[in-house]
Every structure is written in structure tokens, then in C-alpha cells.
Design a protein around this ligand. Structure first.
Ligand SMILES: Nc1ncnc2c1ncn2[C@@H]1O[C@H](COP(=O)(O)OP(=O)(O)OP(=O)(O)O)[C@@H](O)[C@H]1O
Length: 228
């Protein structure tokens, strides 16, 4: 089940030759369960670092990250990525080329019984509008179809939170626009809490219930886009 996300006064940074280089500072936001939040900002402002910290791949130097009533990260507490119930759809997370679409979607379900896997895969393929694509391999699918299968794979294990890092950046303009609308509809149909990172303002406005603008590691606003 989806959960609410709460980030309080987060500080993140990387160890360098001259000590800690802080890249995110005093960063707070909250997102209700089922809502889509979007971090918008120029290259290098710290968007990906925030997502990596939520997923459990970066230590938290100050502040805390909570998902529902679970404390994921603070300077004292660290829940490993596999126990966070956080799903990811990152630009570089391509599908496994040697596996069919159905096997790709089933990847995160491999500890479940076969019947349950088959049922969930069919549900997910239907949810992303590709009910008959299960036997196809990635190279037999268009770029937009591949991203929809990647979304089905990310949603299949029912993450409490889904992170999307520039998921459309490899697609051409018209596919990208269409998929932005479709992905919002799919996430809403699934009731999925999600955080999207992009530097495309139009994409943020179409997708998000809350948009935050990041500059130099700080969040300057966190509010609903004009259409809401
Ligand atoms: N592994 C690392 N070690 C040291 N510094 C890093 C590391 N990863 C990122 N940084 C630095 O942290 C800052 C924020 O990077 P981050 O990737 O979070 O930005 P971003 O907003 O996601 O950028 P983009 O839109 O280009 O992906 C940058 O100055 C970057 O150089």
C-alpha cells in the first residue's frame, strides 16, 4: 500500500579530500499518500542525490526521512534499500534485454508463488495498456512501450513509494508528452505515491500534485501547480 512521505531538514553530502561537501541542505517536504511530487531544477542542484537518499543509497548527515510511520533514514537510523518498500524507475534502469516483457515485470515478484506472479503480471500489463505484450522482448517494443513495461515492473511489488528519475529523457518529444499524461493516469489508477525528478517544467506541471523547485541543494517552493 502507498504511504505518505515526510522529509525534515535533510542534509546530504559527499566525502571529499577536504571533508564533507554538502550538496543538499535544510530540505523539507511532505507528500500525502497517493500524491505525485516533483522536484524541478537545473543540472547539479541535488535532485538525484535526494532520490538516492530516499532509496537508501546515500547516508543522511542531518534530518530524517519517513515513509508512513517508518523512519527510513536519519543520522542514527538506516534501513537498507531492500527493506524500504521504495520502487525505482531510473533513466538508466533499462529492461533486461534477454527477458520477455512478462519476465521483466515478474522480476520483483520472484519470491512469490507462480500463480500469484502470473496474476500480478497480467494486472500490471493491463494497467499500463499493454495486455498482449507479455511474450515480446524489449527490442520488439517501441521506446514508449519499453518505459511502460519498466513502469509495470516498478509497480508490480506494490512499493509504498515510487521514485522516477527523468524517466522520459530518452524519448522523442511527442512520445514524451503522451507518456507523461499516461504515466500520471497509471499512477493515479494505482493510487501510487511517487516522486518524480525532472528539469522539464511542462512535464512537472502535467504530472505533479506538488512541485518543488530546487536551487543549489535547497527547495524554494513546494506547492500545487496552477491547474489544481
Ligand atoms: N558520487 C558523488 N561524489 C561527489 N559528488 C557528487 C556525487 N554525485 C553527485 N555529486 C555532486 O552533487 C551535486 C548534486 O548532484 P545531483 O546528481 O544530485 O544533481 P541533479 O540535480 O540530479 O543533476 P542532473 O539533473 O544533472 O542529474 C553536484 O554538484 C554533483 O557534482
Amino acid at each position: 500500500m502507498s504511504a505518505a512521505l515526510s522529509i525534515e531538514k535533510l542534509r546530504l553530502g559527499y566525502e571529499g579530500p577536504r571533508g564533507l561537501h554538502t550538496v543538499v541542505e535544510d530540505f523539507s517536504l511532505s507528500l500525502e499518500a497517493g500524491d505525485i511530487g516533483c522536484l524541478l531544477g537545473p543540472s547539479g542542484c541535488g535532485k538525484t542525490t535526494v532520490l538516492r537518499a530516499i532509496a537508501g543509497f546515500e547516508p543522511v548527515r542531518a534530518g530524517r526521512i519517513r515513509l508512513g510511520n517508518v523512519l527510513l533514514s536519519s543520522p542514527e537510523v538506516y534501513l537498507p534499500p531492500e527493506r524500504r518498500r521504495v520502487g525505482m524507475m531510473f533513466q538508466e534502469y533499462a529492461l533486461f534485454p534477454h527477458l520477455s516483457a512478462a519476465r521483466n515485470v515478474a522480476f520483483g515478484l520472484r519470491h512469490q508463488p507462480h500463480d500469484a506472479q502470473r496474476k500480478r503480471v497480467a494486472e500490471m500489463l493491463a494497467l499500463v495498456g499493454l495486455p498482449d505484450a507479455g511474450e515480446r522482448h524489449p527490442h520488439q517494443l517501441s521506446g514508449g512501450q519499453q518505459q511502460r513495461i519498466a513502469l509495470a515492473r516498478a509497480l508490480a511489488p506494490e512499493p509504498a513509494l515510487l521514485l522516477l528519475d527523468e524517466p522520459f529523457s530518452n524519448l522523442d518529444g511527442s512520445t514524451r508528452e503522451r507518456l507523461t499524461v499516461e504515466v500520471r493516469e497509471i499512477l493515479k489508477a494505482a493510487g501510487q505515491t511517487a516522486v518524480l525528478v525532472t528539469h522539464n517544467e511542462a512535464e512537472a506541471q502535467v504530472m505533479a500534485d506538488r512541485i518543488g523547485v530546487m536551487h543549489d541543494g535547497r527547495l524554494s517552493r513546494w506547492e500545487a501547480p496552477p491547474r489544481n
